[in-house]
Design a protein around this ligand. Sequence first.
Ligand SMILES: NC(=O)C1=CN([C@@H]2O[C@H](COP(=O)(O)OP(=O)(O)OC[C@H]3O[C@@H](n4cnc5c(N)ncnc54)[C@H](OP(=O)(O)O)[C@@H]3O)[C@@H](O)[C@H]2O)C=CC1
Ligand SMILES: O=CCCC(=O)O
Length: 341
Amino acid sequence: MAISSSFCPTISISSPRRPSPFPNSCCTFATVVSSQLSKEATKSVEFQGRVGFLGLGIMGTPMAVNLLKAGCDITVWNRTKSKCDHLINLGAKYESSPTEVASSCNVTFAMLAEPESAIDVACGTNGAAKGMSPGKGYVDVSTVDGATAKLINKHIKDTGALFLEAPVSGSKKPAEDGQLIFLAAGDASLYETVAPLLDVMGKSRFYLGEVGNGAAMKLVVNMIMGSMMASFSEGLLLSEQVGLDPNVLVKVISQGAISAPMYSVKGPSMVKASYPTAFPLKHQQKDLRLALGLAESVSQPIPIAAAANELYKAAKFHGLGDQDFSAVIEALRGKLQRPEH
Ligand SMILES: NC(=O)C1=CN([C@@H]2O[C@H](COP(=O)(O)OP(=O)(O)OC[C@H]3O[C@@H](n4cnc5c(N)ncnc54)[C@H](OP(=O)(O)O)[C@@H]3O)[C@@H](O)[C@H]2O)C=CC1
Ligand SMILES: O=CCCC(=O)O
């Protein structure tokens, strides 16, 4: 069973009709975004330019599926090709490298694991940059640090194409429901061009200015989230140790000032020591590591996040990296076994 982390109420977005950004490629925008974006609603967008999608993991797959279902002409690539099968069966095209996707598409999205893979897919030997040229756009929605976003920006801009970073807040379920929150920065004209596509995949979007600001906003948000989850884990275990029912603790929290959907959604399964993966623990640890680097760059103390990071590192070391980040609670149980190598 997948744990939902659809934490926030629905916000409706409607986009105005706008002229084609790709006048030479039979492309027109005639955006029709449902005015009532309920979780079940299918959003539709007429974007006759071709859209590439690189990286079909937990997040990339539902995001690309939503674009396809909304009527986009989608071309996919993933390092592990078998993960493209679902999209291909739904009607997506396939190309055998990021370069080929970028050269055959007007706009290419990338949703990769971490800075190294985001850089490799954008700037490596068969990277997207090699297929970019003036008039095209590259939108990296992975969670990376500002230096990585700036490096990718430079490689893309050197080709004459446009770049946008647009990491997302929201997890697997919001991605499936088209309810993500985009934290975009970079070329404002590309932001306008892809806004209808962002609105298919998300419920809201923020434009934050220059490249690096999207990454910074995302890392601050996930730094807070990682610390919240670590603190919640301590509370669940402490309540249990003193003879309280942790399920009751979850209910008490849900009615007070520290109520957060994350606690209500994840708490009951954490009590059962079940961690079905929505947001992999290894990615949460990566985000804390990157947030520590961000804080270091401005000499801002973040001791709580630093302590939380140690917990996620311990959980990852003990083989929990691919489980949901709520499995960090296991690092506090004191029963972790060293994994066999
Ligand atoms: N899951 C979540 O709740 C959220 C995740 N994010 C962020 O989104 C990004 C993706 O997350 P998610 O989908 O969960 O992660 P997954 O681990 O499910 O997917 C990672 C993707 O990156 C690809 N990849 C990894 N290493 C390489 C490499 N060296 N070269 C090429 N491709 C590579 C994987 O390909 P392959 O299939 O071949 O392994 C896969 O497509 C991360 O940055 C994460 O922090 C942001 C918001 C929420
Ligand atoms: O980066 C992952 C964020 C997960 C979430 O916002 O629920």
